[in-house]
Ligand binder design. Structure first.
Ligand code: HEM
Length: 428
């Protein structure tokens, strides 16, 4: 059976950072794919072909089947052909993963490594650090209010709060946070000229990989020193857990060690910043919602879940088929590459009523922004907790909130979100 091939403009859009920056017409193109070709191949001149998975049910089915859909075989994030070849040339055994973290692992390694920190991220343990998070939220709000009646919420507030929380948990001192923020933005946004290391448009994968090498080397140097310190002076932080962890009776090898720190240090802040800023944007646009949620007694859970669906900060992950699989009337062949498009799955009209409406009162909100299955986001409870605490601390302190200019989104195919959110507010 021949594979269905997506129209060229749809295939081009899902690999184009600017399309994710603009959101339009990307959303229309994804809606078209869901309705007409929910499981079809995107062919682009610079990328190996891949299946674009746009429906919620298919993203779930693939995510819950790691035996047949692996993370470790091909890049887990969309990479063009030249970039993959360079990465393969630059990595041990040619596996092509510049970083080997939980995300790049499959069974049996994946669970062994995940279990080292999983209990840290469970609600029961998070309760023990809730007061620390609330203090960081209070400091963040004070800082915002002191600065006067307007700010760029994305840059001045949302970018810092989740970073401070994750650095606190990890054990990185506050003076090193600016460096971590810069490195993360360079790691996730190498294609956005406003955020990347060279501050120039990246036109080739050689440039992108060269830049990433520097970024990764900086991370490795930093966490190498942290490991040495925590082996000598253990503390109550995640760095101590990672530095002293044993897998199969041995200390974690250097590459996996660096990968572990990097995934914890990076996965948790740009993402949570994006969903937090997205929530504030919708409240600034809708005075009725703002009034409702600034009431200290209001339940924020629906707002938070909807902001996560609405923003879908992680826009895709890739999987590779380990064997032939029949799915949705198609045959996916062993070795085929697939893009789980969470942006699309979270606007699936078959699952969400009025998916293009921001509605904190959805009776059901099975948003899939945290993924699903074996790799489901380790930090999902932390992300929700951070958002709730910030909303609890911030909203009752404001009497008005409105947009003060045009918001702008990051140009990136992987982690997206607002890079600018100008707001005006009055403090209570
Ligand atoms: C709104 C915020 C966040 C979003 C949207 C998000 C999204 C995701 C997604 C889509 C995945 C992949 C899931 C899959 O493959 O099925 C993931 C994995 C992961 N996330 Fe998050 N995340 C967020 C916040 C966090 C936070 C706060 C942390 C804290 C450390 C974190 C740590 C991780 C880790 C370690 C993984 C890898 C898990 C594995 O492969 O086993 N994330 N996240």
């Amino acid at each position: 059976m021949t594979k269905p091939i997506l129209p060229g403009e749809v295939a081009a859009a899902v690999v184009n950072p600017a399309a994710y920056g603009a959101w339009k017409p990307l959303h229309e193109q994804l809606a078209w794919a869901r309705a007409n070709m929910p499981l079809a191949v995107a062919e682009n001149p610079n990328h190996d072909p891949f299946w674009l998975v746009t429906r919620h049910a298919d993203v779930m089915a693939i995510s819950r089947d790691p035996q047949r859909f692996a993370n470790g075989i091909r890049p887990t994030v969309l990479t063009d052909r030249a970039g993959e070849a360079l990465a393969r040339a630059a990595t041990p055994g040619g596996d092509g993963h510049l970083v080997r973290s939980l995300v790049q692992m499959d069974a049996p390694d994946h669970m062994k490594y995940r279990l080292l920190t999983q209990s840290w991220f469970m609600p029961r343990n998070l309760k023990t650090i809730e007061d620390r998070i609330r203090q960081i939220a209070r400091d963040t709000v004070e800082h915002m209010l002191e600065a006067g009646g307007s700010c760029d919420f994305a840059r001045d507030v949302a970018a810092h709060y989740p970073l401070r929380v994750i650095m606190d948990i990890l054990g990185v001192p506050p003076e090193d946070e600016p460096r971590m923020l810069m490195l993360t933005q360079q790691l996730f946004g190498p294609t956005d000229p406003e955020l990347n290391r060279s501050r120039e448009a990246i036109t080739s994968s050689e440039q992108a990989i060269a830049m990433l090498h520097y970024v990764i080397a900086d991370f490795e140097a930093y966490f190498g020193a942290l490991t040495a310190d925590r082996r000598a002076n253990p503390r109550e932080d995640i760095a101590t857990v990672i530095a002293n962890a044993m897998v199969d009776g041995e200390q974690i090898p250097d590459r996996e060690l660096a990968g572990y720190y990097m995934i914890i240090a990076t996965a948790g802040h740009d993402t949570t910043s994006a969903s937090t800023a997205g929530a504030i944007m919708e409240l600034a646009r809708n005075p009725t919602l703002f009034q409702r949620f600034r009431d200290a007694e209001s339940d924020k859970a629906g707002l938070i879940e909807e902001a996560i669906r609405w923003t879908t900060p992680v826009q895709h992950f890739m999987r590779s088929a380990r064997q032939d699989v029949e799915m949705g009337g198609q045959t996916i062949r062993e070795g085929d590459w697939l893009m789980l498009n969470y942006v699309s799955a979270n606007r699936d009209e078959g699952v969400f009523v009025d998916p293009f409406m921001f509605d904190p009162d959805r009776a059901k909100n099975p948003q899939i922004a945290f993924g699903f299955g074996a790799h489901v986001c380790l930090g999902q409870h932390l992300a929700r907790l951070e958002m709730r605490i910030l909303m609890e601390e911030l909203l009752p302190r404001l009497t008005s909130l409105e947009l003060a200019g045009e918001p702008a989104r990051v140009e990136s195919v992987f982690v997206g979100g607002l890079k600018r959110l100008p707001i005006r507010f009055e403090a209570a």
